[in-house]
Ligand binder design. Sequence first.
Ligand code: BG6
Length: 493
Amino acid sequence: MSSRIIPVPPFDYVVFGATGDLTRRKLIPALFHRFFDGQFDERSRIIGVSRTALKDADFQKIARDAVAEFVEKDYQDKAVVDRFVSCFSYVANDVNDKNGWAELEDSLRSDPEVIRAFYLAVAPSLFGPICDYLDNKGYWRRDARVVLEKPLGDDLESSMEINDAISEVFAEDQVYRIDHYLGKETVQNLLALRFGNILFEPIWDAAHIDHVQITVAEDVGAGTRGYYDESGALRDMVQNHLMQLLCLVAMEPPASDDANALRDEKLKVLRSLKPITGDAVSKMTVRGQYRGGAVNGGSVPGYQDELPEDKKGSKTETFVAIKAEVENWRWAGVPFYLRTGKRLSTRVSEIVIQFREIPHSIFDHAEGAPRANKLVIRLQPDEGVKMLMMIKDPGPGGMRLREVPLNLSFAETFHERTPEAYERLLLDVIRGNQTLFMRRDELEAAWRWIDPIREAWDDATDAPQPYTAGTWGPTGSVALIERDGRTWHEGVE
Ligand code: BG6
């Protein structure tokens, strides 16, 4: 199968927060791959902006080092890297200093025809001042875009304030709110699986599906990342990534793949989520925090041990499990169990669709009843789709049924490199395609559902349940699903 590289028009990416980790680890390697594939050329520019005093050559060195560190060796062609880093320039600018913008202005004026994207990889408190500045200058065109990185608020109110500040300057069709999970190939594949095949849609409902599990497990820790203690797993992972996955599983078929058609359907799911408030919070949610343990064969400290002195005793959750319910005709009575955590047994993101049992079995059950079908969509790593089916065990011995996976492994089927999420997202901004970005109303609907859970946790006197690093989370998470007579899928098949 050949891949199709469609070049994008020339652009200026103005990256605020250019010296941060995100730029080095994600943005530069992603842009490099797109450059390597010939999707843009040297007329495009990446203009770094931050307070640190650097020269163009320093920023080009940052780009060169990031490619050396984060791009696969096979792609490190010196001539291509040289051409790529020549696209990089830098402007030192304190965004709060009104006089500090002249150099950026000059830089942008030098090529007024290109598409312009302002990438705000900075604290949300700076979104307002940056937008104010951009508003006062006439040099950017109506088709300029602004790209926003999370955290987009820490509750509904603060997220509305951020959105209000942005909307003073940019229309919604210029705003690209990143949830990098939407850029993952396998997440987009959920759309292909559901709407590119006739098989699933007729049985994608409460009559055929018993429940859904969405797991995003990480083996890394969190305590040394400063911002995490303010955020916690609910805000860091559930409000965005897990809820977006839930939307893609639960939404109605959109009329087209147009950005708003798709986002309208996701919004309906978010608005159909049964609120979890008051006493229900302790019944439907579990929060945990890891203690020291062993991960991947090495011992690791607990969350508290990683925190600086002034944060010790923190009640921030590093694990969340939630039983969510989508209150509409399609999903009435079908629980969606969500869980995510740091320092779990392994790194795996997976969606499990557990179908109902067959209504009547014609087989002798001496060897056990037929097991209900299960569709396991593995988002990472070892991307693939498995359908667990019952088949006859071959050979003599009567009619014995056995559960066997129908296995689609992406690595075995496609031999090309799987692009990183940011590659797709960064160029979708230039293409003006908002399909994989969150619309304001989606973001706010997600916060509306999250806020009462957060508030109940904040008011609770108890601490998150401890779990040992390297396990699957606190016992409460097991109890949450086992109370309903179900179990978590541990990805062992
Ligand atoms: C980020 C979170 O959004 O997603 C991190 O802030 C988390 O805490 C990361 O580690 C996980 O992303 P991925 O792509 O590695 O699954």
